[in-house]
Design a protein around this ligand. Structure first.
Ligand code: FNR
Length: 386
């Protein structure tokens, strides 16, 4: 299987590119508008290099961290990505099982293609869930209650999707939810028969937590049309306070890109913030998440857990983010590449590669574990994007 030969996440991305129809690969890999922010997320990591120390005893290099009170054996969390069954039949179950086996956690999207209940049943450790505040308070309350019944350990509220970003590749490719075989997508789909067989023999790829609430889609229109009836661009901090109270457990606010909003998140009772530009899939012309991390760590890093996502493709990237004050990183696209390349084992391979790269990087830069990482471990290239 292709995933076994993968040495890097880049190899898994290439395997995914071969396995998936173009419209699905682009849905995963692409971003909004000109994909400026997608590029920035990567560029920011390459503007940071290490300050290696020598003759440090690096015989032991623990990489466990604690995020929202939960011990993670490695500082990598599988981030929420909707519709994972479009990429591989196991969908979000693959992330939960792979995370559990690696001693970490996955965040199940409220836009998941496997229901909260089915994901929770597939593992013994509590996963986290992500809330899109879609619909009215009745809809949100119902989703939160189901999440509580599933035993999820934390709620991740994503606040950077008041409307769906312009993923122009999806529009050009004729991507629909569920994906369709029609004159526009036919050749793309038929030339990937293994993927098509999974699609045709598995349950319908749709938003499993919103059955009956989504408009049935017939035309060739994208994600925006699929979610049109549910998005609620009117939410404010007062609504977030209500959601936090309705949940009653730990909350991580995802999509924070300024110190002011991080401060506000702490004031309303969040235990953590995820510095994220949604992997460059929402507003374009946002800075890299890594570039705004220091601003947010300076504002709230002593009070709550700050995590980061966007562009993490190497264990060394995780080490850089931790040196700048993040507790852990989330990865989005990488686990979907792994899922495409090798199902649940492919997702496991993603976590294994990152764990090994973190471990090796720590040794090579003279850091005996992640606990001691700080800005003295890195150099920032002059003229970087901050
Ligand atoms: C996402 N992301 C996302 N975020 C979220 O809070 N809820 C969701 O349902 C989704 N869905 C989703 C689908 C797909 C296909 C992708 C690629 C991403 C964003 C995700 O959680 C994360 O912020 C980014 O993916 C991080 O960037 P990288 O790791 O993909 O570069």
């Amino acid at each position: 299987r292709q995933y076994r030969r993968a040495i890097t996440l880049r190899d898994l991305r290439e395997a995914a590119r071969r396995r998936l129809p173009r419209m699905v690969f682009d849905f995963v890999d692409g971003g909004a508008e000109d994909e400026f922010t997608v590029g920035e997320n990567r560029r920011a990591f390459s503007d940071i290099t290490f300050r290696p120390r020598v003759l440090v005893d690096v015989g032991s290099r623990p990489q466990a961290v604690t995020v929202l009170g939960r011990r993670l054996e490695t500082p990598v969390i599988l981030g929420p990505t909707g519709l994972a069954r479009m990429v591989g039949r196991a969908g979000e179950v693959a992330a939960a099982v792979a995370a559990e086996r690696s001693g970490t956690v996955s965040v199940v999207s409220s836009g998941s293609s496997v229901s909260f209940e089915d994901v929770a049943r597939s593992v013994t450790s509590p996963q986290w869930f992500q809330l899109y505040p879609w619909g009215d308070r009745g809809t949100i309350q119902a989703l939160i209650s189901r999440a509580r019944d599933c035993g999820f350990g934390a709620m991740v509220v994503t606040v950077d999707v008041p409307v769906v970003g312009a993923r122009e590749k999806d529009l050009r490719n004729g991507l629909t939810v569920p994906p369709q075989v029609n004159p526009r997508t036919g050749w793309d789909v038929l030339s990937h028969p293994r993927w098509l067989a999974e699609l045709l023999t598995g349950p319908k790829v749709t938003f499993a937590n919103f059955t009956g609430l989504m408009p049935e889609q017939r035309s060739t229109s994208g994600l925006a049309a699929a979610t049109a009836g549910l998005l609620n661009p009117g939410h404010t901090w007062a609504d977030l306070e209500w959601m936090i109270a309705a949940w009653g457990g730990p909350v991580l606010l995802k999509g924070v890109m300024t110190g002011e909003d991080a401060r506000r998140a702490v004031e309303v009772g969040c235990q953590g913030v995820a510095v994220s530009n949604h992997g460059g899939r929402q507003a374009d012309s946002l800075p890299a998440a890594l570039d705004v991390l220091p601003e947010i760590v300076a504002e709230v890093g002593d009070e709550v857990d700050v995590v980061l996502d966007g562009g993490v493709r190497r264990g060394g990237d995780v080490v850089k983010a931790l040196a700048l004050g993040a507790r852990a990183c989330l990865v989005g696209r990488p686990w979907l590449y792994g899922l495409a390349a090798g199902g649940q084992a492919g997702v496991g391979r993603v976590l294994e590669i990152l764990r090994e790269e973190i471990d090796r990087t720590l040794a090579l830069i003279g850091q005996p574990g992640v606990a001691g990482l700080d800005e003295s471990a890195i150099r920032v290239r002059p003229g970087h994007g901050r």
